[in-house]
Unconditional design. Structure first.
Length: 233
């Protein structure tokens, strides 16, 4: 399956993409983010044709392919293959040219343009760095800044969930090759595992997913529940 979110309004593009990913995590638990730095030849085919290491359906976030010419061409050339994969591919992009938009429109299950002026984007991956260090004070400060910048609860929860899933994969694998991650990403996560006791990542993952669904189900105020989760890290 292929989902494309693009446009000048960078914040809204990411909000909608992470909200889409949130609807997919009920069935797909393994989330992988691919940036221009992490992309390598053959990666898209490997994701499209296979399941995760543990047999789960995957959600693959392709973050701004246009920032790398080779990455961008590979995504556009393989759009049909991605659309027919059992895994879910979510693309985040800036403004698209007509030929690019035509390709995505022909193959994507969902494509949505977010108009508006270009907006300075809060770096949500700063949240994951604070989480890896288990710096509760910094994580809470960054959470507050993210909310002030208009970042949605869905995107904050989504990026933290993605990081926990990565840690859990690294926890169960012996090396970067087995984990499917680049050595730099794998080693960074491996070092961070020292900050978590056995079983804590499972609990953090379960409670984060629960508050997400409770928030969407109207059982709790998602902002308050997410803030309490952050303070409990």
């Amino acid at each position: 399956m292929l989902y494309v979110f693009f446009g000048k309004d960078a914040i809204t593009v990411r909000e909608k993409a992470f909200a889409q990913m949130g609807t997919l995590t009920t069935d797909a638990l393994a989330i992988v983010r691919v940036t221009d730095e992490e992309y390598s030849e053959g990666m898209l085919a490997a994701f499209a044709e296979g399941a995760s290491l543990f047999g789960e359906i995957q959600v693959i976030l392709l973050d701004t392919p246009s920032s790398n010419v080779v990455f961008n061409e590979a995504v556009l050339m393989n759009a049909e293959m991605l659309a027919h994969s059992q895994n879910h591919f979510v693309i985040i992009e800036g403004p698209l040219l007509a030929p690019q938009k035509k390709i995505y429109t022909a193959h994507a299950q969902k494509i949505e343009e977010c108009q508006g002026d270009t907006v300075a984007k809060f770096n949500t991956f700063a949240l994951t760095d604070a989480f890896l260090k288990r710096d509760k004070k910094l994580l809470w400060m960054l959470y507050s800044q993210a909310k002030e910048a208009g970042i949605s609860n869905e995107e904050i929860a989504g990026i933290l969930f993605w990081q926990i899933k990565l840690l859990r994969v690294v926890e169960k694998t012996k090396n970067s090759e087995a984990s499917g991650q680049k050595p730099f990403v794998y080693n960074k996560a491996k070092r961070a595992l020292m900050n978590f006791k056995k079983g804590e990542l499972h609990t953090l993952s379960r409670t984060l997913v629960q508050l997400y669904h409770d928030g969407h189900g109207g059982k709790v105020d998602m902002s308050n529940a997410l803030e309490q989760w952050v303070l409990g890290v």
